[in-house]
Design a protein around this ligand. Structure first.
Ligand code: NDP
Ligand code: PYR
Ligand code: MG
Length: 591
């Protein structure tokens, strides 16, 4: 069993292997060969030990110049490499040097993707050791540009593409993927890629990027991660007219046709990978995202990163900010620009946290939270025409059209941007926030940088250095009147890798909102005095693996408490257990 051997060389524990054994002591029929009846077809997989030229071209095992003399002899590599034997450290130094020569971020992105396809361990070593520098390359903001230009820069396919053409055959398509033991799937249909809109099939950059963070930030082994793009067409006319577009050239399927494809996909995933594969929905448009989550959260292990992951991260920042702002969450008034997945998801989790911490009922807790959408403040007179996810936020108030007027009327202490529209926190808005609050908390969450509601520099300058600021995409430190302000990155990347690790390591079968709250508390507790002194309400990403282990432990602890974890007995030290489960990218020796 090649995959089992591979997992063992990747450091999987005996516990993991035992977990795959059936009750009768047999090994799981992961290829479906035993289950298949005579009239059913199976995929004739063959595996052999990689050596020589093919070993150099296998990204899982290739080490380039780091193959030792003995390995070069044993694996028929003599002559296929120049004589020098290099260390992984030296390779890392060289690649970082080369990357830094590129001035254009997209060139760095492409160089990183090339590395991932050439030498997976070196790719992750780089990403882990240089996380602050490389996160903006493989993730927001550069991944946004990569998705926009995906057709043009596309070289080798990454992940699985499941289009309407595969309807009725999705199970077979899943079987084409070379890895059989999958634990996390990130799936998009490409309709709301960051704040860039419908990018159709080119959204693949997002699941690929998110899963590379699962590995680098959360320590989930790359072999168990599967990026998927579901292609039901695109309504982006520019892409439909583009001769290099790689997706289906048709308008998006909707209604029953869409629902049936998604249903087939969800069933096939469960059938092929079992109950415990985590399916992360990413960058679906809100008219599908809420429904998919509601429909599948009771039957599958699903998690919507934009609704739930974002909520958990933002709540963490809010909990942390109380040290600077004073009071409790219930003492604050929140105003959102944007009432979609991120906005209402965050709003709901804040309200839930308030109810958990006080005796205030949910309805009451919601009353301190206000949202503005493209039509203005969400108020009760609009309730009939509102989408279902906005209705709980339709409070009594006269209609207000503009954000600046909403700020003046609601007098929020916290302003959160989840609109996907850049430059909407104007000077007037930030000044109004600063006139209402000694320390206005302003979060510009929209990605990529071009869509940020305001920049860090604008927030600090317009508030005369009083704002506490965080953003979805990173900004450099800002100098203002002799002080240096370091803003935090309020991005779901802080939570989903550790959250997923916690689920996987505990064998959790459903995601529960209390697990999101546990992740928020865990992340908030990682903010140090030094961070607060610099004005940041999130820890730096440099410590993210330690933070992820901590989040994973708290999420798993909550899952055990709720009776949702199936890996028994419960490890006594969950942080240590999380750390022991994490993939490390150091090279392995080959016999
Ligand atoms: N930092 C992070 O971790 C995350 C950031 N995001 C970012 O948040 C943004 C929104 O994502 P998401 O919530 O999923 O998107 P949605 O499409 O679900 O929601 C967007 C919301 O913004 C409103 N809106 C659009 N234009 C305006 C405007 N000019 N003025 C006021 N409101 C406006 C829309 O109004 P209407 O309903 O009337 O159309 C809608 O309510 C994206 O840029 C995304 O990148 C998302 C997830 C995580
Ligand atoms: C960060 C993220 O998930 C988004 O912008 O959609
Ligand atoms: Mg997203």
């Amino acid at each position: 069993m090649e995959s089992t051997l591979k997992e063992l060389t990747n450091g999987e524990s005996v516990l993991d292997i035992k977990d795959k054994c059936g009750v009768a002591g047999g090994v799981e029929d992961i290829y479906g060969e035993d289950r298949a009846t005579e009239d059913q077809t199976i995929t004739p997989w063959t595996f052999s030990v990689a050596s020589g030229y093919s070993l150099l071209r296998d990204p899982h095992y290739n080490k380039g110049l780091a193959f030792t003399e003995a390995e070069r002899d044993a694996h028929y590599l003599r002559g296929l490499l120049p004589p020098t034997v290099s260390s992984q450290q030296l390779q890392e130094k060289k690649v970082m040097h080369n990357l830094r020569q590129y001035q254009v971020p997209l060139q760095r992105y492409m160089a990183m993707m090339d590395l991932q396809e050439r030498n997976e361990r070196l790719f992750y070593k780089l990403l882990i050791d240089n996380v602050e520098e490389l996160l903006p390359v493989v993730y927001t903001p550069t991944v946004g540009e990569a998705c926009q230009k995906y057709g043009g820069i596309f070289r080798r396919p990454q992940g699985l593409f499941i289009s309407l053409k595969e309807k009725g055959k999705i199970l077979e398509v899943l079987k084409n993927w070379p890895e059989k033991s999958i634990q996390v799937i990130v799936v998009t249909d490409g309709e709301r890629i960051l704040g860039l809109g419908d990018l159709g099939c080119q959204g693949m950059g997002i699941p690929v990027g998110k899963l590379s963070l699962y590995t680098a930030l959360g320590g989930v082994r790359p072999s168990v991660c599967l990026p998927i793009t579901i292609d039901v067409g695109t309504n982006n006319q520019k892409l439909l007219d583009d001769e290099f577009y790689i997706g289906l050239k048709q308008k998006r399927a909707t209604g029953q046709e869409y629902a049936e494809l998604l249903e087939e996909f969800m069933s096939a995933v469960k059938q092929n990978y079992g109950e415990k594969v985590l399916i992360q929905f990413e960058d679906f448009a809100n008219h599908n995202a809420f429904e998919l989550l509601a429909k599948y959260r009771t039957t599958h292990l699903v998690f919507n990163d934009d609704i739930q992951g974002t909520a958990s991260v933002v709540l963490a920042g809010l909990i942390a900010s109380l040290k600077l702002l004073g009071g409790t969450l219930a003492d604050h008034t929140f105003l959102f620009l944007g009432a979609g997945e991120a906005g209402t998801g965050i709003a709901e989790l804040i309200a839930l946290e308030i109810t958990r911490k006080t005796s205030v009922p949910l309805e009451e807790a919601r009353k301190k939270i206000w949202l503005v959408d493209s039509k203005g403040l969400i108020v009760s007179s609009r309730v009939e025409s509102l989408q279902h996810f906005k209705k709980p936020w339709a409070h009594d108030h006269e209609p207000v059209k503009e954000l600046i007027d909403a700020v003046k009327a609601i007098k929020p202490t916290v302003l959160i941007g989840t609109s996907g529209v850049g430059k909407t926190f104007t000077k007037e808005v930030v000044e109004a926030m600063a006139s209402l609050n000694p320390k206005p908390l302003i979060m510009a969450l929209s990605n990529p940088t071009s869509q940020a509601e305001c920049t860090a520099e604008e927030a600090y300058t317009w508030s005369k250095g009083h704002a506490i600021f965080a953003s979805g995409s990173p900004f450099d430190p800002v100098e203002f009147e002799g002080r240096t302000f370091v803003s935090g990155q309020a991005n779901n990347a802080y939570v989903f890798p550790g959250f997923g690790l916690g689920i996987i390591m505990s064998g959790t079968i459903r995601v529960h909102d209390d697990m999101l709250l546990a992740a928020s508390e865990a992340l908030a507790s990682e903010v140090t005095e030094d961070d607060y002194l610099k004005g940041r309400i999130y820890p730096p990403f440099t410590n993210i693996r330690k933070i992820s282990a901590h989040i994973a432990a708290e999420v798993a602890a909550k899952a055990y408490e709720l009776g949702l974890a199936t890996r028994l007995p419960r490890p006594s030290d969950l942080v240590k257990y999380a750390e022991s489960c994490m993939y490390t990218p150091l090279y392995r020796s080959y016999r």
